[in-house]
Design a protein around this ligand. Structure first.
Ligand SMILES: Nc1nc2c(ncn2[C@@H]2O[C@H](COP(=O)(O)OP(=O)(O)OP(=O)(O)O)[C@@H](O)[C@H]2O)c(=O)[nH]1
Ligand SMILES: [Mg+2]
Ligand SMILES: [Zn+2]
Length: 295
């Protein structure tokens, strides 16, 4: 039986790219998935059966490495967190939230700082330095700087990636800059068509070299509860604290009220570090109180 990858889901059909020929078949899911309460997802490796011409049925799903809920996509290798440095302003609260969520899933986050043409490099330098120092890969882009777009292409090579970030940061523009043939709606165009933001869009993986990347509609909040992140997982998802915690006096220190805490000992030297700690504390409270903060 042929094998393939679901690259698009639309109106009950799964578009499966056959492994060898790379031909795409428009498939339905066998009823068996519905009975088992499983939905095939974009990113799923599947076995399928070819019917007439370019149509078929998905008959079996392979075990998944991971699943993202928003967007619904399986087997993600990395998430590109797109943050504009201006318009909308760079948002460290949201960055720390996204980083924690992605880390809690054991998926690699990569930080894309977009719209670099709107500021001077040094305005963002302290953020870049801090996040780079704790091990994050950071790429600065602007849609008309070809070199920066090339850097993004290199990161996408051989992987399944997802672009995530607030509305208006330039996710779709970035993909269009990589390949104008994608013809993704960007803010200006959707306005011209009279559509609001956040129009529901299907999930689709676009080809960039040997890699695949999914665009997503912007959203500005993620609920820790929905993702089942508890206070311990939160602490472990702050990669910088995870390392420092070996020097905290108490094993399992959550860096809140415990004495002789190595995370708190570093406060008051660097505003990016302090902001991040403040975010951490708020997320911790949010999880403890099980209430959602919408930014
Ligand atoms: N100056 C500047 N503007 C940009 C850049 N990239 C995107 N923009 C503008 O930012 C606006 C929003 O871009 P989109 O690509 O639609 O943003 P998005 O992240 O896809 O937004 P959603 O689809 O709503 O989540 C558009 O007006 C773009 O022209 C950039 O590198 N520099
Ligand atoms: Mg978009
Ligand atoms: Zn501590």
């Amino acid at each position: 039986m042929p094998r393939g990858l679901i690259i698009k889901a639309l109106s009950g059909f799964y578009y499966v790219e056959e492994e060898q020929s790379k031909k795409v078949y428009k498939c339905r899911g066998r009823g068996v998935f519905r009975n088992q309460n499983i939905t095939p997802l974009v990113g799923d490796d599947v076995t399928f059966q070819i019917e007439a011409n370019d149509q078929g049925y998905v008959t079996k799903l392979d075990k998944r490495k991971n699943v993202l809920v928003r967007p619904s996509i399986a087997n993600v290798d990395q998430v590109l967190l797109v943050f504009s440095v201006k318009s909308p302003d760079f948002n460290q609260v949201l960055l720390d939230r996204f980083l924690a969520v992605i880390e809690s899933r054991f998926i690699e986050p990569i930080i894309i700082l977009s719209k670099m043409d709107l500021i001077k490099e040094k305005e963002i330098e302290s953020f870049v330095n801090y996040y780079a120092s704790i091990g994050y890969k950071i790429v600065k882009t602007s849609k008309s700087d070809k070199r920066s777009i090339q850097n993004v292409c290199e990161i996408l090579e051989d992987k399944i990636s997802v672009l995530a970030g607030q509305s208006g940061v330039g996710k779709s523009s970035l993909l269009n800059a990589i390949n104008p043939a994608f013809e993704l709606n960007t803010d200006d165009i959707s306005k011209a068509l009279g559509r609001g933001k956040h129009t529901t869009r299907h999930v689709e993986l676009y080809k960039v070299g040997n890699g695949l990347v999914a665009d997503t509609p912007g959203f500005s909040s993620l609920d820790f509860r929905e993702l089942e992140i508890d206070v311990l997982v939160l602490a472990q998802s702050f990669v910088d604290y995870f390392e420092l915690s070996s020097n905290c006096k108490y094993r399992g220190c959550l860096h809140i009220n415990e004495p002789k805490c190595a995370v708190k000992a570093k406060l008051n030297n660097d505003f990016v570090y302090d902001n991040r700690y403040n975010n951490y504390k708020n997320f911790h409270e949010e999880i403890k109180n099980q209430k959602v903060i919408y930014k």
